[in-house]
Design a protein around this ligand. Structure first.
Ligand code: BG6
Ligand code: BG6
Ligand code: GLC
Ligand code: GLC
Length: 934
């Protein structure tokens, strides 16, 4: 009744229209749409500035990356403690996300308690503030009967600008609002919190994440609405965050996906960008604040300042005689006497004028009805300007999102919190209306965060917890591939034992096959030779011409189809004859009977340079009726069957030997040859006298026949001479001596190979198997739900998908994550960027181990050579070939480092073979031929 009476009373007074006078007086605060568009454009420019590496140092709007990469996806769960500091209330909470059966309300249950922060702590020392925080936490845990023994994961909403090196670190940039605490600026707030928790004692808390209130609000609302990609606070302070494209955030590595950016828009205007919108009242508010010159936009917008702005306007108008007949009370002169709650009350729909009268009376004023209308109008203009400015800022953010995504329209939800938005009766409606007017082609939904920000902070912590546990499990799986010094030493000594045993007798795991090559080249080799090269990735035929320390080379590459590799021996050798025929045709040499060197990259028991029995196939070869046969004969027969050309096959050579010879042609110090390719193997120049088994098989006789040393006695020959030994080190471990290194993944690869139980060292170190090991690890991680969202696809189940070249590409440091992801996609593996990171790590662990194993093996060889020669120090060169060595981005480096560490008394130089092993085979053929001609 009274209300109706008052309204009619005021209505009669309205004829004088006191609002007009206020409108005129506050003209500068009444922003038109064109001005809002202007503000919006300026903010858009500020956002760009804050994101770009070149300009961010000078940017007022900090655009802080948050490390929150996704909005809730429904997989979050767990029980968390949360702290919410920086808004109008400090709260401690317990948040259960999908923890107990029957949790209602969208799967989250929350309990909270507000702990007042004594006024003096707002401007005291950081230690005192954090002690208060941690004591409140302890009280809460106690009250909720949460055991001090159990580790409680904690999410921390800290509503001040922080830089985040990671999700659980927040370096405070500056205080604002009603806080100005000493000793925290530039420091990590999580660290300070942890220290305070330690000081308080009797609590076990794991701080998982620190987030801004805007971020936490976006996450809270995102739990109910997946379209929520913006968080907005209009409370004590004001701020907004949104999901930005990672490729635009210069401060963060990675170029795919999104990350939430905390704009810290409160600082908009600190560099003068809003000067033409700033009034004297704003300047006065700023001057009297705890942080003058800072948070310009916030001071025009947020709850901490709205009441004060109204008070200053009222005071000024009263002083000018425009209100209260020029009367000014002491209360009106006192800072803080009009609050934002008062502003909200004055603008209430029905009771607004009554409230205004009461508030003014409370300030020891005697307002006329016109005064009340005028003061209400002041409130309206001040709060309207606030919502207009927020609308302009928000319009900029939404425009940016729209542009980022190349969309004409946008459907998006903005999660909102803060007392101004929640309690001011007109604010939300005005804000919504202006945003929609500024962005007619966007469908914007505003979602009020009913439950505060802690639910969202807990969701962030839940993701962090899941990622941490995931990382730990991936780390555990990959630690199986770690080789410490002790293990490398073990590999080295097992290799040494294997080399010694293989020199003594036949049938050892390391075969130590004599090659009947006694010298590295001396530069006198001359003539034109054919070289055939079978056993690496491809079959190669080549013509090599040696002329005065120079060689020229022509070659052609042929692939060997799988069905030929695994068909009959006759088919395989017929195929080779066909390729040779094609090559001779191509070179126009079909009619010439050329001397030829045959690189055959499999273990062959040789009794002379031009003959060799295949001991067993390795790598992917499985052609029947070859093992136990002389492969030179098989080739000769195939050529005969073809009857189109003839060859004089004068040397049979392993690829390691061919590689050593080829590199020794350039550098006489080269006495070791190594292949790190499809297979893994090494040869080196051994003292002839050490090859004991050669004597047993009358090999020494052959030796005499083929050396130029002539007729010296056996003893003399043995003591002076060397012979290259093809170690076939790939067989190390076939007696299970590497069991403490072999992982379950290796075992799986071995079982499914064509030669289970064989070539165990090779299966840990060579290109043919590394990809398979990687695939086994990925399969396991996926089955355990740690990768590819737990989806085991047919592709992943397909053996052989990871060729060495992919491993090399994936591990390349030059590739961005996005490119790694696209390689995986080419392979049919569709995952997230995080999946790509894990895949890259798996590849790294597997290839690193391979290089280290080879390094330890090589250390055993060079140390043996050094000891045999009785040297303190050995300088030696190693000729190397193979795709793993040549193409992998890190293999060669790790190999070198490991040899350096494991054979500290040897200087080992690595010579990558330029022209393949064929040139070496041709060199050997040249030596044999020249000797035969003598
Ligand atoms: C609360 C959130 O609801 O709103 C806080 O839980 C946030 O994290 C606050 O800081 C902002 O509003 P105000 O008005 O309390 O500053
Ligand atoms: C080539 C050699 O360059 O490398 C071959 O000429 C050798 O003889 C091969 O077998 C090894 O590498 P990959 O990667 O092809 O197995
Ligand atoms: C201030 C803080 C900001 C926070 C906002 C709302 O602007 O700097 O981090 O989000 O207040 O609480
Ligand atoms: C396999 C073969 C070996 C060869 C190596 C590299 O280990 O057994 O002879 O040298 O692969 O190709």
């Amino acid at each position: 009744m009274l209300a109706v009476h008052l309204v009619s009373f005021f209505f009669s007074k309205l004829q004088e229209d006191p609002t007009k006078k206020v409108d005129r007086f506050l003209h500068a605060m009444r922003l038109q749409d064109e001005q809002l568009v202007d503000v919006s454009n300026r903010f858009l420019a500020e956002m760009k500035k804050g994101l770009s590496a070149e300009s961010l140092a000078a940017a007022a709007v900090k655009m802080l990356p948050t490390h929150v990469r996704s909005t809730p996806d429904g997989s979050e769960k767990g029980q968390f403690v949360a702290l919410d500091l920086g808004g109008s209330k400090f709260k401690v909470l317990r948040v259960k996300v999908r923890e107990d059966e029957g949790i209602k309300k969208g799967g989250v249950e929350m309990e909270e308690k507000t702990y007042p922060i004594p006024e003096e702590l707002h401007e005291g020392r950081a230690v005192e503030l954090f002690d208060h925080v941690s004591e409140s936490l302890k009280d809460f845990l106690h009250e909720k009967n949460m055991s001090p023994e159990k580790k409680h994961p904690l999410a921390f909403t800290f509503s001040f600008p922080c830089e985040h090196p990671s999700l659980d670190q927040g370096l405070l940039l500056s205080w604002c609002k009603n806080y100005k605490v000493r000793g925290l600026q530039g420091k990590d707030v999580v660290q300070s919190l942890r220290q305070a928790i330690d000081r308080t004692g009797d609590m076990d808390v794991d701080v998982l994440a620190v987030v801004n209130d805007t971020v936490a609000t976006m996450m809270t609302c995102g739990f109910d609405d997946q379209c929520c990609e913006v968080g907005l606070i209009i409370g004590t302070g004001t701020n907004a965050c949104y999901m930005e494209e990672l490729r635009h955030i210069d401060l963060v590595q990675g170029d795919e996906g999104r990350m939430c950016v905390n704009t810290e828009w409160g600082a908009f205007g600190d560099d003068g960008a809003l000067d033409d919108f700033i009034t004297d009242f704003d300047r006065d508010v700023d001057a009297a604040s705890l942080n003058p010159g800072k948070q310009t936009f916030e001071k025009m917008v947020s709850g901490m300042y709205l009441g004060e702005l109204v008070r200053l306007v009222v005071l000024k108008m009263a002083k000018l005689g425009l209100l209260f007949d020029g009367h000014v009370s002491d209360a009106l002169r006192t800072k803080g006497k009009i609050t934002t709650a008062d502003v909200a009350a004055m603008e209430e729909y029905i009771n607004g004028l009554i409230n205004t009268k009461e508030i003014l009376t409370h300030l020891q004023l005697t307002p006329s009805p016109d005064d009340c209308v005028a003061v209400q109008q002041i409130s309206t203009i001040v709060s309207f300007r606030s919502s207009n400015l927020v609308a302009a800022g928000l319009a900029a953010i939404l425009t940016r999102i729209k542009q980022n995504r190349n969309l004409r329209g946008l459907r998006i939800t903005v999660g909102v919190d803060g007392t101004v938005y929640k309690t001011h009766p007109q604010y939300p409606k005005r804000l919504h209306k202006v945003v929609r007017r500024l962005l007619p082609d966007c469908q914007v939904r505003f979602l009020l965060s009913e439950s505060g920000s802690s639910k969202g902070a807990a969701l962030v912590a839940a993701v962090a917890q899941r990622l941490t546990s995931q990382r730990r499990k991936v780390g555990e799986a990959l630690s199986l591939f770690t080789l410490n010094q002790e293990k490398l030493q073990l590999v080295k000594s097992r290799m040494r034992e294997g080399l010694e045993a293989g020199l003594k007798s036949k049938g050892c795991t390391i075969k130590m096959l004599p090659s009947f090559v006694y010298h590295t080249p001396n530069g006198t080799e001359r003539g034109k030779y054919l070289a055939l090269d079978l056993g690496g990735t491809n079959f190669r035929a080549m013509l090599v011409r040696f002329k005065r320390q120079k060689s020229r080379l022509y070659h052609k590459i042929y692939t060997i189809p799988l069905e030929i590799m695994q068909g009959t021996g006759e088919e395989l050798f017929d195929h080779l004859a066909q390729c040779v025929c094609d090559f001779l045709d191509y070179m126009g040499l079909k009619k010439v009977r050329l001397p030829a060197g045959f690189t055959f990259s499999f273990p062959c028991q040789q009794s002379g340079i031009d003959t060799g029995t295949l001991v067993s196939w390795t790598k992917g070869f499985k052609a029947t009726d070859c093992e136990g046969e002389d492969v030179v004969n098989m080739l000769r027969e195939a050529i005969r069957r073809r009857n189109e050309f003839d060859l004089d096959i004068v040397a049979l050579v392993n690829d390691t030997v061919g590689t050593m010879m080829s590199c020794a042609y350039e550098d006489p110090k080269c006495e070791v040859g190594m292949i790190a390719g499809t297979g893994s193997n090494l040869c080196y120049m051994e003292e002839l006298k050490n090859i004991e088994k050669l004597e047993q098989s009358n090999g020494i006789l052959k030796t005499n026949e083929q050396t130029s040393e002539g007729e010296e006695g056996e003893a003399a020959v043995k003591s002076d001479l060397k012979m290259c030994v093809n170690t076939e080190w790939g067989g190390l471990g076939d007696d299970r001596c590497l069991e403490d290194i072999i992982t379950p993944y290796d075992a799986e690869v071995d079982i499914h190979s064509v030669n289970p139980g064989k070539q165990r060292f090779e299966k840990l170190t060579s290109g043919m198997y590394l990809g398979e090991i990687v695939r086994q690890v990925l399969l396991d991680l996926t089955r355990r739900g740690l990768l590819f969202k737990g989806h085991v696809t047919e592709t992943l189940k397909t053996p052989g998908i990871f060729e060495t070249k992919y491993l090399s590409q994936i591990e390349s440091d030059r590739l961005a994550l996005l490119q790694v992801r696209s390689i995986l996609q080419q392979l049919g593996l569709h995952g997230t960027c995080d999946d790509s990171i894990i895949v890259k790590e798996v590849c790294g662990a597997v290839s690193r181990r391979a290089a280290q194993m080879c390094g330890a093996g090589m250390a055993a060889v060079v140390d043996k050579i050094r000891e045999d020669r009785g040297l303190e120090r050995l300088s030696i060169a190693v000729g190397v070939d193979g795709a793993l060595y040549k193409l992998h981005p890190h293999f060669s480096q790790v190999l070198k480092e490991t040899v350096g560490v494991m054979a500290p008394h040897c200087n080992v130089t690595f010579l990558p073979s330029e022209e393949g092993s064929g040139k070496g085979a041709a060199l050997i053929a040249a030596v044999v031929r020249q000797k035969q001609e003598k």
